[in-house]
Design a protein around this ligand. Structure first.
Ligand code: 6R9
Length: 658
């Protein structure tokens, strides 16, 4: 742990004071035996049977891991199963027919509840409809839907008939949809007329129509009517109404297709280093085992819980922790259509209160927003049902961590800071909430069975306290198997950097840098491209950001490099302050002081620019690369994929005035 100040208070530290899991949590935790780490270690890879055994297999597997063709590993390769059967059918058989599977909270206060039986009926009927449209096993079905129940229904219907789904986040553009459908050779699309954004009806179908015009292949399209009279639409050739299809196939049942464990369950496009999206391939047996296991061991999900992962299903977090993990365990998963501040900034806490949510999982960007809005919003609601909190997606620095712990968890809920990626499928690095001490600012050690290593540029493990590249030296069940555009790119993107094929020594490289402490806890510092070189010294922009966000009054910060004749690169900081703090001069001084204290004068920014907001992607990640272009006066690329594109112009105007 690094605490250069010794005193704490509002000073930046990389990790805060450790906290033990509350005894009341440990008593009831799914996993509370610290021996689990040794148990996995001594019994690897068979230890992963614990994950696979959370599922129902049609044909039991005999082999756990086949590493013959590494790094194309195969997990449980001789077993067969069906993901939809695991997420739905088997819960009916175990007497949970009337248990709520999905609780949907609509943007304007509408609510819908799907029991496991309702979900069963829906996915059978829609699976029958898809088959009737010509979808065969292994055909890729693209789903372009916002957070409405038809999204998980469509995913599970595809899984039922063995058709891999390719969910494209609803907020992405027509071009992005077309690129992904083209790359995946997808001839089927499930979309909707539109959805509500803020108060307005937003036309989704016109984006889908534009995408289809760009494609060479014919595309059969199913349209869900979300908006009714608020946005009338007409169906063209080869377009079908979802609700009519459901009526046509009412009462129909479709036997779940047994899939080999290694058969593709879905495809998910994510951004890569080259700008060409990468189609990450996930399989049925390994992915589902890892999703279920981590929901059980890390998120402590129990069938009787009401569990809420406040992400969007259009990204991997929603796939694994809104749909597959929780439903495989037979729990109640909450799905929320809207934004955290609509109609007011207490919307999420109102939902937690009314549904007596047990587990809440969100992203640091949301937590920083809650902190900025003020603790009076959660304080107005009864959050005592909460038992566990989680974060994912970005590093969380100690200040927001502590705010979350105190104001949402009432110092009674452990927080799991879960590091993972689209490519890892499910959580890879995190504490086990019923076992491990938490260190605010550090995600934790690798999960049992994971071999996470922080290495230098030669692949040698760094000493504790040092930083390096975050790699994984052993395979795991939920790992991506390949990229849809080929094994070659898969190997080049993730394996070539640190592996030695001659000795069959395979190392997965995450693209992240991290520091590891004496207990093996990992603090993610950023992507490799977040490292800047100032006067020959390597600095992590994330580390500087952590120092800035440790200052009272600061809400968020993004640090980028600006080319400089003297230093090679200068530190350029964008900062947004909390409401109520408008004395920029005082905050500026405190920021400089804080950075100099945490890292040294070398990291002192040459420029600190105050802005009301930072530009963010729709999944909430700060667009640092764009800010870097702004700082350097470069021409900007397409900003339409941002959640708040208008802020970029405001920042440019501000810079221009200086
Ligand atoms: C699940 C998800 C992956 C990248 C990853 C890393 C960052 C995710 C994090 C974290 C620090 C955490 N990241 N979790 N950084 N602490 N707990 O977000 O997948 O969208 O593919 O992003 O997100 O940089 O490499 P994905």
């Amino acid at each position: 742990m690094v605490d250069r100040n010794g005193c704490g208070h509002d000073r930046p530290v990389l990790t805060g004071s450790p906290r033990s899991p509350p005894p009341s949590f440990v008593e009831q935790a799914n996993v509370s035996d610290p021996g689990i780490y040794d148990e996995f270690e001594e019994n690897w890879p068979e230890c992963w049977e614990r994950a696979a055994d959370l599922l129902s297999w049609r044909k039991p597997y005999e082999t756990v891991l086949d590493d013959e063709n590494a790094p194309s590993y195969q997990w449980f390769p001789d077993g067969t199963l069906n993901a939809a059967e695991n997420c739905v059918d088997r819960h009916l058989e175990s007497g949970r027919k009337t248990h709520t599977a999905i609780r949907w909270e609509g943007k304007h206060g509408e609510r819908k509840t799907y029991t496991y039986r309702d979900l069963y009926v829906a996915i059978n009927e829609f699976a029958a409809a898809l088959r009737d449209l010509g979808v065969e096993e292994d055909d890729v079905v693209t789903i372009y839907l916002p957070m409405i129940p038809e999204l998980p229904i469509a995913m599970l219907s595809c899984a039922r008939i063995g058709a891999p789904h390719n969910v494209v986040f609803a907020g992405l553009s027509a071009d992005a949809l077309a690129t992904r459908m083209d790359a995946a050779d997808s001839e089927f699309l499930v979309t909707c007329d539109g959805y509500y954004r803020r108060g307005d009806a937003f036309n989704q179908k016109s984006k889908a129509d534009n995408a289809r015009l760009k494609l060479e292949q014919d595309v059969s399209t199913v349209v869900v009517d979300r908006l009714g009279d608020d946005l009338p639409h007409v169906l063209g050739d080869d377009e079908y109404d979802y609700h009519e299809l459901r009526e046509t196939f009412a009462g129909e049942t479709i036997d779940p297709v047994p899939r080999e464990a290694e058969d593709m369950l879905f495809l998910m496009y994510t951004s890569g280093t080259t700008g060409e999206p990468k189609g990450v391939v996930h399989t049925t047996g390994g992915y589902l085992s890892h999703a279920a296991w981590t929901s059980h061991a890390v998120l402590d999900v129990k069938p009787e819980d009401t569990y809420w992962c406040a992400a969007d299903i259009g990204w991997i977090t929603g796939h694994t922790y809104i749909v597959y993990g929780p439903l495989a365990l037979g729990t109640t998963t909450v799905m929320y259509e809207g934004t955290p501040d609509y109609p007011d900034r207490d919307r999420l806490w109102e939902i937690v209160d009314r549904n007596a949510v047990d587990i809440f999982y969100t992203a640091p960007t949301a937590i920083r927003a809650f902190m900025k809005w003020g603790s009076e919003y959660p304080a107005g609601h009864d959050l005592s049902s909460l038992r566990l909190l989680g974060t994912v997606g970005e590093p969380i620095s100690p200040r927001p961590w502590n705010w979350y712990y105190e104001h949402i968890g009432n110092e009674e809920c452990p927080i799991v800071d879960t590091w993972w990626q689209t490519e890892t499928g499910a959580v890879t690095v995190s504490t086990l909430p019923g076992v491990s001490e938490m260190k605010p600012g550090a995600a934790g050690p690798g999960l049992p069975g994971m071999d996470v290593r922080v290495v230098d540029s030669t692949g040698t493990e760094v000493d504790s306290g040092d930083s390096g590249y975050l790699t994984i030296a052993r395979p795991w069940p939920g790992m991506a198997r390949t990229l849809y555009d080929g094994d070659k790119r898969f190997q080049a993107e993730y394996w070539d950097r640190f592996s030695d094929p001659d000795t069959d020594d395979w190392r997965y490289f995450s693209g992240d840098t991290a520091r590891i402490d004496e207990d093996g806890y990992i603090t993610v510092l950023g992507r490799i491209d977040d490292v800047i070189n100032v006067s020959g010294r390597r600095l992590s922009t994330t580390e500087i950001e952590s120092a800035i966000t440790g200052v009272a009054g600061v809400a968020e910060a993004a640090v980028v490099g600006r080319s400089s004749e003297t230093n090679g690169t200068d530190v350029y900081a964008y900062v947004s302050t909390e409401g109520g703090y408008d004395d920029d001069a005082a905050v500026r001084e405190a920021i400089i002081d804080s950075i100099e204290t945490a890292i040294g004068p070398i990291a002192r920014p040459t420029e600190i620019l105050f802005t009301p907001e930072l530009p963010k992607t729709r999944s909430g990640k700060i667009m640092r690369r764009l800010l870097e272009d702004v700082a350097n006066g470069h021409e900007l690329g397409d900003t339409s994929a941002l959640r708040n594109p208008e802020i970029v112009g405001e920042i440019q105007a501000e810079i221009g005035e200086e």
